[in-house]
Design a protein around this ligand. Structure first.
Ligand code: GLY
Length: 290
């Protein structure tokens, strides 16, 4: 029996895969393990693109997006533009398990979370408040989230059942227009999982990732027989060829096939993926598209 977790970005990826693997050791449940990996990082204010201390919108509020997909059932749970509740990935899990819907939004997603026992709290940390005040003093406009180490996305795979889960959580683009929603809670854009084909997840500029449906494309390329690496390269290749401006920022898709091989591709240099296979943790830098 083998288990693999893959997650995103230089700083957050290692604690995410570690927490997911540790949880899997006790629960044996991929959904719970992926949720635990993301929740661990959401609750830590050192990671500025997710959960507590994430960089806020242009009015100084964190609006969080999260989503997850179970590759066995194709069930999705997601929330978008939610304020004041963490771990928001756990609210997404409640949507998956406790409602017949895929996504809840904004104020009503927060009310749903409260009904399920989540406490409403201020999500600004000392650092996020200071960063917001500096931004307000200079007003440089929206900054793409990758500059502050972006979304955390995770894929989990287990060999015995060839089961896959994909999940992600983010505070989205720093200083965004209030109400803006990126790729992260959108199944097919920020994440996708189908045990019959593979799973994929994305991170980077949500507008680009969503327009090109990177996660769904990568899964469909794996369904047609490509390796995880080739599927990701093809999905990113379509994006950068059709829209060369997408090379200006680092947008990434990474994938795990139903056989447990993994790969990634990026529009630009700068992305680091972390893996944990059976407890062995490694990182790999992913070069940008040539
Ligand atoms: N990829 C995160 C976002 O653009 O919201």
């Amino acid at each position: 029996m083998s288990v693999l977790f893959v997650s995103t970005w230089k700083d957050a990826g290692e604690p995410t895969v570690r927490a997911a693997y540790e949880n899997y050791q006790s629960t044996g449940c991929l959904l719970t393990a992926c949720e635990a990996g993301l929740a661990h990082v959401e609750l830590d204010p050192r990671y500025q693109a997710i959960g507590f201390g994430g960089l806020p919108n242009s009015e100084g509020d964190q609006e969080l997006d999260a989503g997850m997909m179970d590759g066995r059932t194709l069930e999705v749970g997601a929330v978008c533009a939610v304020r004041g509740v963490i771990p928001v990935i756990s609210v997404a899990r409640k949507v998956l398990e406790e409602t017949p819907h895929n996504m809840l939004a904004g104020e009503n997603a927060r009310r749903f979370a409260e009904r399920h026992g989540f406490e409403v709290r201020n999500l600004n940390s000392e650092h996020s408040l200071r960063a917001y005040e500096e931004w307000r003093a200079n007003r440089r406009g929206a900054e793409v989230a990758h500059l502050v180490h972006d979304t955390v996305t995770i894929i989990g795979w287990e060999s015995e059942t060839r089961h896959l889960v994909a999940a992600c959580s983010t505070s989205g683009m720093a200083w965004k227009v209030p109400g803006r929603v990126g790729d992260s809670p959108i199944a097919g854009a920020g994440y996708y999982a189908d045990d019959d084909a593979g799973a994929a997840g994305a991170t980077g500029v949500g507008e680009d990732i969503w327009r090109f449906m990177l996660s769904f494309r990568a899964v469909e390329f794996m369904r047609s027989g490509m390796s995880a690496e080739a599927a990701c390269e093809r999905a990113v290749g379509i994006m950068v060829d059709r829209s060369p401006a997408t090379r200006d920022h680092c947008s990434v898709v990474f994938a795990v096939s139903r056989d447990g091989d993994w790969g990634a591709a990026a529009s630009k240099d700068g992305f680091v993926a972390w893996t944990c296979r059976d407890g062995v943790i490694e990182s790999r830098a992913i070069p940008g598209a040539r």
